[in-house]
Design a protein around this ligand. Sequence first.
Ligand code: S3P
Length: 171
Amino acid sequence: MVSQASRDKLILIGFMGTGKSSVSRLLADKLGWLRLDADEEIERAEGRTIPEIFASDGEEAFRAIESRVLAGLINRKEPIVIATGGGAVLREENREAMLGGGFVVALACSAERIIARVKADTERPLLQGDVESRVHALLEQRKGIYDFAHFSIDTTELTVEQVVENVLREW
Ligand code: S3P
């Protein structure tokens, strides 16, 4: 596919636990590009962890920081594979910045797989309590929100390698 999207940023979006981190790592390896993770950049910029930001300032404050950091990453001059946090798509300004700034790839996978992946990490502020019901509720709330991507792929039955091959073919 010949995409009209800007070609020097590959931006991965998708719900928590859909494989954005591992896919972005392999993509960056294959392309010889820098890989940056928006969540890590937020923690670096703030000097505190995401759970700390949520706990002391709340989700809206986190979203404002997230938007600022994401815009900064998209505006950088060098080619970058950017892994975003699962909620980075909630703000329209971010969706527009992503679409205008790079090739946006949405990773999806089954709720069961997501739950299996995120269960090990008890840190995610939005998944406190009963992880299964939190995941189902958030998936419902966010239904369709990732559909603006240039390319979407269901990773449930695929290896990381296969996902990367598919992305590079479509890009
Ligand atoms: C969030 C996803 C997290 C992180 C924060 C909020 C979300 O990133 O940004 O906990 O709202 O879906 P990952 O998708 O990398 O877990």
